[in-house]
Design a protein around this ligand. Structure first.
Ligand SMILES: Nc1nc2c(ncn2[C@@H]2O[C@H](COP(=O)(O)OP(=O)(O)OP(=O)(O)O)[C@@H](O)[C@H]2O)c(=O)[nH]1
Ligand SMILES: [Mg+2]
Length: 256
């Protein structure tokens, strides 16, 4: 079988991972590109898509709460660790499908996936060289310079932990005004402007040294504005994936 490409949707709780997974799946469907969706969130209640491989078939958050006599937070942590233990089984399930692209919807709280071992184990099992992260910047958090910088740190920590290329996106742009989207995208491509706006924000300081380090590390990347509601940006995510794996060559041609 040809190599599969794994696209991991990662972001803070409620940033829009699940709906973006669905929107990008619809887009691939429209382009007739074979793909499947893997749900890694044992706490997912209702999903807007029908997962092809679903961690909830093995365990759910509710089941964990009952079995281990823990509350929802403890269950989230146990659930995150359990996901790592079934990585190879999930990989076997995925291989049953002849899908070119595997969309991976990750658990609600990103730190459970990126900071605990499960994320690393999953990425290693699925294949590091075939993986790319779509990192979601929450639109409301991104509105202030300090919120935006905090998300850059979180995105950086997930690059550092998972060691995968990353396509950063600004999610749910339909809830922002055009002017706000422009400002946030400008911050992502012009760190000096961000720094100057940051210094105007009351009582927020970041040492210039730390900021320059962040800037020079190459962790500032232009954000792609996307919306699961309007479908904006799906083309750009697709182009980003092509860029990562084929230096811009068209996947349709390669997969054709
Ligand atoms: N307006 C708008 N709302 C969105 C969009 N994407 C998601 N939402 C809403 O934002 C909320 C959270 O979306 P999810 O896709 O569940 O986010 P998530 O990151 O998967 O959430 P968790 O898995 O619980 O962390 C839901 O109420 C969605 O309907 C979008 O593009 N535009
Ligand atoms: Mg979700």
């Amino acid at each position: 079988m040809e190599e599969q490409i794994f696209v991991y949707f990662i972001g803070t709780a409620g940033s829009g991972k699940t709906h973006l997974t669905k929107a990008f799946s619809d887009y691939l469907e429209f382009k007739k590109i074979g793909h499947i969706i893997v749900n890694l969130d044992p706490g997912a209640d209702e999903l807007p898509y029908e997962p092809d491989v679903d961690v909830r078939e093995r365990f759910t958050l509710e089941g964990i709460m009952e079995k281990y006599k823990v509350g929802p937070n403890g269950a989230q942590i146990i659930g995150a660790d359990l996901v790592g233990t079934i990585a190879d089984d999930l990989k076997d399930d995925i291989e049953l499908y002849d899908a070119k692209i595997v969309l991976v919807d990750t658990p609600g709280q990103m730190e459970l996936f990126t900071l605990r071992r499960s994320g690393e184990v999953i990425v290693r099992s699925f294949g590091r060289e075939n993986g790319v992260v779509v990192f979601l910047f929450d639109p409301i958090v991104s509105k202030t310079p300090s919120g935006f910088v905090s998300l850059v740190f979180m995105a950086s920590s997930s690059i550092f932990r998972l060691n995968l290329p990353q396509i950063p996106v600004l999610s749910k742009v339909d809830v922002l005004e055009e002017r706000e989207v422009e400002t946030i995208v400008r911050w992502s491509s012009d760190p000096e402007e961000l720094y100057s706006d940051l210094t105007l924000e009351s009582d927020k300081t970041l040492s210039l040294e730390l900021f320059l380090m962040l800037k020079d590390s190459g962790l500032f990347r232009p954000l792609i504005p996307v919306s699961a509601v309007t479908g904006q940006g799906m083309d750009d995510i697709y182009d980003g994936i092509q860029e990562v794996f084929y230096g811009g060559e068209d996947l349709e041609r390669i997969f054709g």
